[in-house]
Design a protein around this ligand. Structure first.
Ligand SMILES: [Zn+2]
Length: 282
């Protein structure tokens, strides 16, 4: 399997987050995305479903269209590309057809780094998306798979975003990214998913009555209630020798990533290029 060559990592990086739902990238990766963008790198988001089950009052085409518009508002706000596959929410399967859709987008973006869900996650669409990315990894370079779409000449590096699931294995924080300086902008991008952060998620989690109706107030509310639990102390027992909680004493908010064994590997030789702002913990 062709590993990513060093010379590919010297210039502008292309980063691709592949999530199951239109708001997953902004929730799990929005801060790190902003750090790449600050350095002039290219960030791309792909959602494998159109999100058309994520609401209690709306559904079907109207919801899919609303959520598509939300993705494009984020794309404009951040200056990124946001790809949406037109698959039903809640019904995603790791079929050959869906694998081909994912391969096509990856080959179009030609990312150096892909970020996705771990294969064990609470939502079936997250699990299936993770499987689709893993299934696509080797085939990205195979010319007879989608022969009319130019193959990749090397495999992207693949990592998983953080989660709190422990079986069969808990998440391993191989790279930790300080997002303290960009947390406000992360939440502002997230707030553009209005149907989710102000409507659906508060409904399904049972706190809809806490959401302010005033536009300015609700953004302030979102900033106080979202992302405030991602503290590095949760990883204290998993830090390698030489790293300590002291290393992170000014880190209020962070996002962490675990290496995937498929695609090119994240190694000591390439991690500083791929995560120029990351604390390496492997
Ligand atoms: Zn999701």
């Amino acid at each position: 399997m062709p590993d990513i060559p060093d010379k590919e990592l010297q210039g502008k990086l292309r980063i691709l987050f592949i999530g199951a739902h239109p708001d997953d990238a902004d929730i799990q990766f929005g801060g790190t995305a902003l750090r790449y963008l600050q350095l002039g790198h290219s960030v791309n988001y792909l959602t494998t479903t159109n999100g058309d089950a994520g609401h209690h009052l709306l559904g079907g085409g109207a919801l899919a269209q609303r959520r598509y518009n939300e993705t494009q508002a984020v794309a404009k706000y951040l200056g990124i590309n946001y790809f949406v596959l037109d698959n039903h929410d809640g019904e995603l399967q790791a079929t050959i057809e869906n694998r081909k859709q994912v391969i096509k987008v990856i080959r179009e973006v030609r990312p150096h780094l892909i970020v996705t869900h771990r294969p064990n996650d609470y939502h079936a669409d997250h699990r299936q998306t993770s499987l689709l990315v893993q299934d696509a990894a080797y085939l990205l370079c195979v010319p007879n798979v989608l022969p009319l779409t130019p193959r990749l000449e090397y495999n992207p590096v693949i990592v998983y975003h953080q989660d709190h699931f422990t079986k069969p294995e808990p998440f391993t924080p191989d790279v930790i990214v300080d997002i303290t300086d960009v947390i406000d902008r992360k939440i502002e991008a997230l707030s553009l998913h209005e149907s989710q952060v102000y409507e659906w998620i508060p409904f399904i989690e049972g706190f809809l009555d806490e959401v302010p109706t005033d536009t300015g107030e609700r953004l302030a509310w979102l900033k106080t209630m979202w992302g405030r639990t991602a503290l590095v102390t949760q990883f204290t027992s998993q830090l390698k020798p030489g790293l300590s909680s002291e290393t992170f004493k000014n880190v209020q908010f962070m996002e962490a990533f675990e290496r995937c064994e498929y695609g090119s590997r994240l190694t000591h030789a390439n991690v500083n290029q791929l995560f120029p702002f990351g604390v390496v913990n492997f």
